[in-house]
Design a protein around this ligand. Sequence first.
Ligand SMILES: [Fe+2]
Length: 221
Amino acid sequence: MEPLTHPLLDEATVSQLRATLLADETSWQDGRKTAGYQAAEVKNNLQLDRNSKTAKENSQLVIKQLESDPLVKSFALPRHIHGVMFSRSGIGQGYGMHVDNAYMSSGRSDLSFTLFLNEPESYEGGALCIQTLQDSKQVKLPAGQVIIYPSTSLHAVETVTAGERLVCVGWIQSYISSNEDRTILFGLNAGARALLAEHGRSPELDLIFQAYTNLLRRLGS
Ligand SMILES: [Fe+2]
């Protein structure tokens, strides 16, 4: 399954969010506290304490945005968005190659997301690297844009060499655990929605939406 990159927060929202996070001087802690056993050895960053007021309020904001975005809904079919964390990496910090835990105390990870919160020009290094079969896809998006990718992927964060990288990461438990099934459903839904936008409702389109909905019911969990 190909990752989805998508604008999620507008400029005003992202700059307000960034200011709120950085104004909290007491809640940032060593990222190794939240890593699984395989990841702890390769994790090197700062994370906002999930129990802090700043983290709770702002993770809700991100979850609401993801849940209300039609493209994200169609792509990820989210049942539960969880484990949301704010992370900052300064010079010398990164996150080595790893795979995210399949099950966390907060839910199953079918899809992982990284929402970039500062502009790519403000830091060097810090790209999210997603391993493909023979290559590695490097991703560094403008502030407010999110990438959603299968949690089955090996991935890393390049070491930051200048400035500071600020992101929000989290996981999606999808109604559809299989990447392949989710990809098929996404294509069907995208095609039907495009037909609806172009030609309006029709009995034929009703049949396609019916098949889509019943396929989702059959494959979902
Ligand atoms: Fe990860």
